[in-house]
Design a protein around this ligand. Structure first.
Ligand code: GGG
Length: 352
């Protein structure tokens, strides 16, 4: 029987509540489809940072390399500055394992009431976020700290290799979809160097893929179009920061960010890819047992798809859709229900 070795990092806050539900779904689907998992758990988190001064051990990345995939919850918690927790855990994993694609689907499920004018099935697109460089950089500095003359500089890094590979991934990905259309998020009127470069590379890539329609919008009007006409998108490609913002906004317009999954993908499969919900650790609801487990469970489906178990992934998605379209009371409060993390996950497990 095939066995997958999965590194499990629940992380912080509600990560500790939704990851176990994702694992339960994985165990169950494995028993249905005839494969098993060996889960190796890592307690890397803000809690560990408070006790040891590190979000993960020095050899943490090396310990992840020999897994088939990484199943991640959330990072960040009050008491540890957000830039310390993110740069101590999630960003080094993404970078050192060259997970340069952050793939984030946005879908309106039947039964979910969206805050925008759209019917189920009409919103169905992918955000392809650059995940290794761009605005997320540690290049910069502070001068004259604490004085009236204080100056802060934050640099962005856009390499030709990094830009081309994410744009190529977006065009290749769109080429496999029914709606062959890539939209680029830019801001080349305000950002003098990085975004005109991004636009140039986008135009060059579009010329290589004549069967894929291409258009581009400044990030400000693109955000407005996400709200006013999310139906028109198929694949939206953006830099690290723009992609991050758009991939929260997307699920926001479909009703809740609690259902949104993501894959941090190393397309060449030299290193393991990592799957995590888009949402963070949600300190405001952590410990209450009401976090939506669907983002984590959908991330499990994405992980299975990546591991070559497309049928099992589709079965999870079908179970999610049937539960979401059913008794509203089963859903967690972010979706207007009275359910708990456990009861909603139970319903999905039972629907498999
Ligand atoms: N599960 C996603 C998570 O923990 N997100 C925290 C966060 O701030 N992420 C920023 C990012 O994805 O770059």
């Amino acid at each position: 029987m095939q066995q997958f070795t999965i590194a499990v990092i629940p992380g912080d806050g509600i990560g500790n509540e939704v990851v176990p539900e994702g694992l339960r779904v994985l165990e169950r689907i494995g028993s249905i489809f005839g494969f098993t998992f060996r889960f190796q758990h890592f307690d890397w988190s803000c809690e560990l940072y408070k006790n040891s001064g590190r979000m993960m051990p020095e050899d943490g990345i090396a310990r992840l390399r020999d897994h088939d995939a990484i199943f991640f919850g959330a990072v960040g918690f009050p008491g540890v500055p957000d830039h310390i927790s993110l740069w101590g855990l999630l960003i080094p994993i993404r970078r050192e394992l060259d997970q340069y694609v952050n793939l984030r689907p946005v879908r309106l499920f039947p039964g979910v009431v969206a805050p925008v004018r759209a019917e189920a099935g009409e919103i169905d697109f992918w955000v392809v976020r650059e995940n290794s460089e761009g605005e997320y950089s540690q290049i910069g500095g502070r001068l004259f700290a604490g004085t009236a003359d204080e100056v802060v500089v934050q640099e962005s890094v856009f390499t030709r290799r990094g830009t081309d590979r994410i744009l190529r991934y977006a065009f290749e990905f769109a080429g496999r979809l029914e709606r062959k259309h890539v939209t680029s998020a830019t801001k080349s009127n305000g950002l003098f160097y990085s975004m005109p470069f991004w636009d140039e590379r986008f135009a060059a890539m579009a010329a290589e893929y004549p069967d894929v329609q291409a258009d581009q919008y400044h990030i400000d009007i693109l955000a407005a179009r996400f709200v006013m006409s999310p139906q028109r998108f198929s694949v939206v490609v953006g830099s690290n920061l723009f992609g991050d913002i758009l991939s929260d906004l997307g699920p926001g317009v479909t009703g809740t960010i609690g259902i949104a999954p993501s894959g941090n993908i190393n397309p060449e499969r030299v290193y393991p890819s990592m799957f995590e919900p888009v949402h963070g650790s949600a300190p405001d609801i952590a410990g209450k047992g009401i976090a939506n487990p669907i983002g984590q469970i959908w991330s499990a489906a994405m992980m299975l798809e990546h591991l070559g178990q497309a049928e099992a992934a589709a079965a999870i998605m079908s179970a999610i859709e049937r539960v979401v379209a059913g008794d509203r009371n089963l859903l967690t409060p972010d979706m207007g229900g009275k359910g708990t993390t456990r009861s909603l996950a139970d319903a999905i497990v039972n629907a498999l």
